[in-house]
Design a protein around this ligand. Structure first.
Ligand SMILES: Nc1ncnc2c1ncn2[C@@H]1O[C@H](COP(=O)(O)OP(=O)(O)OP(=O)(O)O)[C@@H](O)[C@H]1O
Ligand SMILES: [Mg+2]
Length: 366
């Protein structure tokens, strides 16, 4: 049984009182009523207000930051159905179960459902007044013509209030979980214009640091751009929660402002004292070139990339781990496991592809 909401959900009233609907007070009431949380976290409220007012929104929040709330609250605040695109069936099952336990009418459609269960959901969707508030589906289902025509019918009846794309980084081949089927979500906008789109992801700095990935600036902007472009999002509100972490310090240096970037880098390395350093480059030739430059300026340094044979690579790695070599200039072939207390990542040549910068990242393992 769905709990009675403290707010009026009648369409006419909701339209009339759109402003009131989007007010913090009303939304907090819904949050407290259904979820028993005292207040919104991070940028949840901004995201919710944006989509309720009909605006597209791109929302970057850390893992566990509460992204789901950004579409669950709109589903409860407004009449109609919120469509949630989710990459994993297990994720859908968990969320739907948790929502049902709270008395919220949520369902998911997937291959794991029996024909009977699917029919019941479709019957509800076809009914004059569907009870379902949140419908979770896979991107693969969206790509089927049958389901798209169902969505169009719901839309034409004015019952589709929001499309939420969870784990939206799956759209981008620059993301760490690229799913080709997410690309097909680009048809949503043309088939269902006017329905606000909410794209949610945690992909960016934190996961990349945690996974030890390196070229974070480039993928971050690419993922964001890919998501917005691919979903044809219009004038989207871009929300990004700060990922500030006290154990990470970074500094961006503009090569234009440096007389000699190589000299600057070697001076920086020398001033750092006894620390382990990895300098990531995009290409093997850059690794060799930079390693030669640094060695010439008296820094104990070695290149590491897939162009070296196994024996050579093992020897570079051993020397670095045992501190015989202070600096490794590597491509991603080096991997990302750091058994040290203090590491520095330098992304030297990344700059050449983006703007003329290089970036110093200090990661202190706490
Ligand atoms: N305003 C809030 N106050 C307290 N807890 C909240 C709030 N919003 C969400 N939560 C809780 O935070 C937890 C994480 O939420 P959620 O799963 O939506 O995070 P997420 O950002 O989607 O994370 P992930 O990137 O792992 O998918 C959940 O238990 C959720 O109920
Ligand atoms: Mg989530």
């Amino acid at each position: 049984m769905e709990k009675k909401s403290p707010l009026p959900l009648n369409n006419a009233i909701a339209n009339k009182k759109k402003e009131q609907l989007c007010s913090k007070e009303s939304l907090v009431k819904i949050l407290r009523w259904h979820f028993r949380y005292p207040d919104f976290r991070g940028m949840q409220l901004e995201a919710i207000q944006a989509v309720l007012s009909g605006r597209d929104c791109f929302c970057l929040m850390p893992t566990g930051g509460g992204k789901s709330m950004c579409y669950q609250i709109p589903a409860l605040a407004k009449t109609g159905i919120v469509l949630v695109v989710c990459p994993l069936i297990a994720l859908m099952e968990n969320q739907v179960m948790a929502l049902k336990e709270k008395g919220i009418a949520a369902e998911f459609l997937s291959s794991t459902k029996t024909a009977d269960a699917k029919n019941k959901i479709h019957e509800d969707l076809d009914s004059g007044k569907p009870s379902i508030r949140l419908l979770y589906v896979t991107p693969e289902l969206i790509a089927t013509p049958g389901f798209m025509s169902k969505l169009k019918k719901i839309y034409s009846r004015g019952l589709l209030s929001l499309i939420a794309i969870d784990e939206a980084h799956c759209i981008s081949s620059w993301g760490h979980d690229f799913r080709p089927s997410y690309r097909k979500l680009s048809t949503l906008r043309s088939h269902l214009p006017d329905v606000p789109i909410l794209a949610l992801t945690a992909t960016a700095v934190p996961n990349i640091f945690e996974a030890g990935m390196l070229f974070y600036i480039l993928p971050f902007f690419r993922v964001q751009k890919d998501v917005v472009d691919s979903l044809q999002m219009q004038n989207a509100l871009m929300l990004k929660t700060s990922f500030n972490r006290p154990n990470i310090y970074y500094e961006v240096r503009y090569k234009d402002l440096l007389e000699d970037a190589y000299a600057d880098l070697s001076d920086t390395l020398k001033s750092m004292g006894d620390v382990c350093v990895i300098i990531y480059c995009l290409e093997r030739s850059m690794c060799d070139d930079l390693s030669a430059h640094l060695s010439q300026s008296g820094i104990s340094c070695a290149a590491y990339h897939a162009g070296l044979n196994n024996k050579m690579r093992t020897s570079v790695l051993d020397d670095w781990i045992s501190s015989k070599t202070k600096v490794v200039v590597a491509t991603v072939a080096f991997g990302y496991v750091f058994p040290f207390n203090f590491c520095i990542f330098l992304q030297f040549m990344l700059a050449l592809l983006v703007v003329d910068i290089y970036c110093i990242l200090y990661l202190k393992m706490l």
